[in-house]
Design a protein around this ligand. Structure first.
Ligand code: DGJ
Length: 548
């Protein structure tokens, strides 16, 4: 299972692990997609992430669980605090973890646990007090001028080994209490790692490593994968002459970009070791989440403090082969599409552990699952006291997605599923799905005057809209969407025009399609398109025919 998706993309053979045989949640390739297999079946994580510290209190969680279940989540991302599980060095207390597991189980929810270990948001607030106090033994990173910051240095074996020991104990415990039940389906190792305040650690150990050669393991990896490296990364190496040995500055040039590569490698080595220790106990799929940058700000983003950005994906892959995927925390609405594309490069499976939970979240979910075969999607802060539960739109879309999940999972990776995400100013977009090309235009139905009912409030700004399409047969489709208007054209030889035959709005009940109403006339633009008058997100089944 280790780095299954990465390895597959690089054409390397990894032997099937024992974990697969014993039914532990694992990743598996299906066509071009990577699927998360839970209890022997592919699983679509309709997830949401709790506020950072919610899962440190069992009583605190009691009123929250039922609301989450009622919001149609099937998976919850919950933090595990290192300080809480190892209050005294070497003495572990998993009572809170057990309570969280119990809470999730009794509401039929799965868990993705977030290991808040050495690093959380590029600082170190979650390590235990005994470790924080012992700064000689557990050194901090330093910024220019030799000032220490509250960030455990990745250049310390003591730091790494303490983290790895605690993480291994956690994974051992999860195996003991959940090895059969599989409530916990994946693990995030650390949280949004990187560094603030400087482009690299400038502690004495870090300076010494920076002056030394680029490690042979990394150089060998880069040479082996020279033709498939992330293009922006390859260009930096190329600009410095594609050297195969030398110091960091000789191989990649001087500056903050190189500092970022150096940090990425050293963080990857550290976290890779932590992940390895955990997987030796219980090899659940493991990922890292990344705090992102602004697309289009400057010619090239600087890989700040080594964050697991797409630009340095190869460095992370080489340094931490037991990490299965890099996962973007996509808060930017305007860059959502771009980041989905960046984080599916070279076979990286898409799992979005954090995204905004605002008005457009439902459209983003449809897009991630339909366009990129996402393993899961997870807005952040689903238990915010002022908004406990889920946005009504996402609750609805998660309900629809859970109905369609068997079909989505069947079609992942075979090229017969796609999606569009369109803002008010975006031009129409074409997607090939099966034997037809679908063209979707933004269509702000909610603001169409004839549809406003007496007393209805005036419209605000139109919100982005989305639709997901699956070709279930040569002329048969299912779609989920609203706010777009979809037309069709054939993309195989034959009569050039496509017409809408049967169009139905309905529901999947236990995987079987049940028609609620049959649509034509006003509801299909008089037979010309889909969704034109659809005010509420729903599922439609439609068949097409060709004519001239
Ligand atoms: C990103 C972090 O990963 C989360 O833990 C959370 O703190 C959010 N930022 C808050 O916006």
């Amino acid at each position: 299972m280790c780095s299954l998706a990465f390895a597959a993309s690089q054409g390397e053979r990894i032997p099937a692990p024992a974990a697969t045989a014993s039914g532990i949640p694992h990743l598996r390739q299906q066509g071009t997609a990577t699927q998360l297999i839970v209890d022997g079946k592919p699983f679509l994580a309709l997830a949401g992430e709790l506020l950072n510290n919610s899962a440190t209190g069992i009583e605190h969680m009691k009123p929250i669980w039922p609301k989450l279940a009622a919001s149609n989540f099937n998976t919850v991302l919950a933090g595990v605090s290192w300080a809480q599980i190892e209050p005294v060095e070497g003495k572990f207390d998993f009572s809170i973890v057990d309570g969280v597991l119990q809470g999730a189980r009794s509401h039929n929810l799965r868990l993705v646990l977030l290991w808040f270990g050495s690093w959380k948001n590029s600082l170190s607030s979650y390590p235990p007090d005994w470790l924080k106090r012992d700064f000689e033994r557990f050194p901090r990173a330093q910024v220019a001028g030799g000032r220490s910051i509250e960030l455990l240095s990745p250049f310390s074996e003591a730091n790494r080994d303490a983290d790895a020991r605690a993480f291994a104990a956690l994974m051992r415990h999860i195996k003991t209490v959940d090895g059969q039940r599989h409530t916990v389906i994946m693990i995030q190792v650390e949280n949004e790692v990187g560094m603030h305040g400087d482009s690299r650690d400038r502690s004495p150990a870090a300076n010494q490593a920076f002056e030394g050669p680029v490690p042979k393991d990394l150089m060998d990896y880069l040479q082996r994968h020279k033709d498939t490296l992330i293009p922006e990364f390859r260009r930096v190496w190329e600009a410095a002459g594609f050297k195969t040995s030398g110091t960091w500055e000789e191989v990649f040039g001087k500056g903050a970009v190189t500092d970022g590569f150096f940090m990425a490698w050293n963080l990857a080595r550290y976290i890779g070791r932590v992940a390895e220790a955990g997987k030796a106990e219980y090899p659940l799929p493991m990922f890292l989440n990344a705090a992102l940058y602004g697309v289009g700000r400057g010619p090239q983003p600087t890989p700040s403090g080594g964050r697991p950005w797409d630009l340095v994906m190869d460095v992370w892959r080489a340094g931490a082969p037991r990490i299965d995927m890099l996962s973007p925390d996509i808060y930017s609405e305007t860059d959502f599409v771009a980041f989905c594309a960046k984080y599916t490069q070279s076979g990286n499976p898409l799992f979005i552990p954090e995204t905004g939970n605002g008005q457009t979240v439902a459209a983003r979910a449809l897009y991630a699952f339909g366009r990129h075969d996402a393993i899961g999607f997870s807005p952040f802060g689903i238990d915010r006291p002022d908004r406990l539960g889920n946005s009504p739109d996402l609750t609805r879309v998660y309900e629809l997605l859970s109905q369609v999940a068997p079909l989505i999972l069947k079609h992942q990776g075979d090229g017969t599923m796609s999606a569009v995400l369109l803002g008010p100013k975006d031009p129409p977009q074409k997607v090939r799905v099966g034997n037809y090309t679908l063209e979707a235009a933004f269509w702000p139905i909610r603001y169409s005057m004839p549809l406003l009912m007496p007393g209805e409030p005036p419209p605000g700004d139109p919100l982005p809209a989305a639709a997901l399409f699956i070709a279930a047969g040569p002329d048969e489709y299912f779609a989920i969407g609203s706010g777009v208007k979809v037309t069709f054209s054939p993309n195989t030889p034959g009569p050039p025009l496509a017409g809408l035959a049967t169009v139905e709005a309905g529901t999947f009940v236990d995987g079987r399609w049940v028609t609620d109403i049959r649509l034509a006339g006003d509801d299909t633009g008089q037979g010309q398109n889909l969704f034109e008058l659809q005010r509420h997100m729903g599922i439609q089944r439609f068949t097409l025919y060709r004519y001239r």
